[in-house]
Design a protein around this ligand. Structure first.
Ligand SMILES: NC(=O)c1ccc[n+]([C@@H]2O[C@H](COP(=O)([O-])OP(=O)(O)OC[C@H]3O[C@@H](n4cnc5c(N)ncnc54)[C@H](OP(=O)(O)O)[C@@H]3O)[C@@H](O)[C@H]2O)c1
Length: 298
């Protein structure tokens, strides 16, 4: 089969679209024909070697975390899926024509959701939900700031926090403010504007997808008893309850949120649909602010 392999760390030119052995499903796995996958920031962070310490890889490695695909084989112990089922999930090695994944990591693609779009959703929906539900654990009426709220994980986090009855402030770049008005948050604040940060109300929690200087600037607005959850590592915040969140497969939650995307209650913008073999161009576009998900079709 064809897949995109990385043989060493470096720029997009290190991504090789080439022939590799087709994987065989283990007893508790299914084999999927990949209909779509997508580019996530973790893919180009791994490619560049930025996560060496945290997530070392063995070369050659097939990148890719998202999949929407059709079951072509099931492992001996798998009873929940059959050939022809259309499934989606948070997996590994999805920059490929076929992959194998644990049967219990996968969800059915909701009827009516285009499988070509479903492959853009698993990692960002599950991360946004877990940032709020595991990281923040909000109570109705609490005021929560979501940083990077115009991004894919940020949009999912805003949506899930609203589902829990929180008062949600979308923290974005000034240039994204107009687009984010009416996108589901109760208010929108430019985090690159110190005056707007100064005008923030007292916060019960911060759900962070940006980190760096930005999170440090908003921490003083947190209540003494406030809490922070982040998907980009723990910020230095002595005395504050800080949780790092790393996405885990949660097919039930994924299915529900994918239904919300299908029905238009949650919008995750897609900037481009590209061929998997054009992966180098796809990574370049994703690293230069594509403005939405890049879907990849093998
Ligand atoms: N822990 C986990 O399991 C996990 C899982 C998934 C993702 N992540 C991480 O979460 C982060 C977001 O992922 P994503 O898929 O949502 O990426 P994304 O769609 O590119 O979203 C990032 C958003 O943050 C905005 N942003 C960046 N710096 C900002 C700042 N200083 N102030 C305000 N907004 C800012 C970006 O704006 P511009 O486009 O204008 O830069 C963009 O809208 C990435 O670092 C990713 O690696 C972690």
């Amino acid at each position: 089969m064809k897949a995109v392999q990385l043989h060493e760390y470096g720029g997009p030119e290190k991504l090789m679209y080439e022939d590799v052995p087709t994987p065989e499903p283990g007893p508790d796995e299914v084999m999927l024909r990949v209909i779509s996958t997508s580019v996530n920031p973790v893919d180009f962070k791994i490619r560049k070697g930025e996560l060496k310490a945290h997530m070392p890889v063995q070369f050659p490695v097939i990148l890719g975390r998202d999949v929407a695909g059709e079951v072509v084989r099931v492992g001996l112990d798998v009873t929940r899926w059959k050939r022809g089922d259309l499934l989606m999930g948070l997996v590994n090695r999805s920059y490929a024509e076929f992959l194998t994944a644990r049967a219990d990591a996968l969800a059915r693609i909701p009827e009516g959701l285009d499988p070509k779009d479903a492959g853009a959703l698993p990692l960002i929906l599950e991360t946004g939900a877990q940032l709020i539900e595991k990281g923040i654990q909000p109570h109705a009426g609490e005021t929560i700031l979501v940083t990077g709220a115009a991004g894919s994980v940020g949009r999912a986090a805003v949506y899930v926090a609203k589902q829990h009855g929180a008062h949600v402030i979308a923290g974005v770049r000034g240039s994204q403010k107009a687009e984010m008005q009416g996108a589901g948050a109760d208010s929108v604040v430019a985090l690159d504007d110190d005056a707007e940060i100064a005008g923030l109300p007292e916060l019960d929690a911060i759900a962070d997808t940006v980190g760096g200087e930005t999170i440090m600037k908003v921490i003083p607005k947190l209540k003494k008893s406030g809490r922070i959850a982040s998907v980009v590592g723990k910020p230095e915040a002595p005395g504050i309850d800080v949780r790092a969140v790393w996405a885990q497969p949660d097919p039930e939650r994924l299915y529900k949120l994918a239904e919300d995307v299908r029905d238009g209650r949650l919008t995750i913008p897609v900037s481009k649909r590209m061929r998997l073999e054009d992966i180098r161009e796809a990574h370049k576009a994703a690293e230069h602010n594509a403005g939405g998900k890049i879907e990849l079709l093998p």
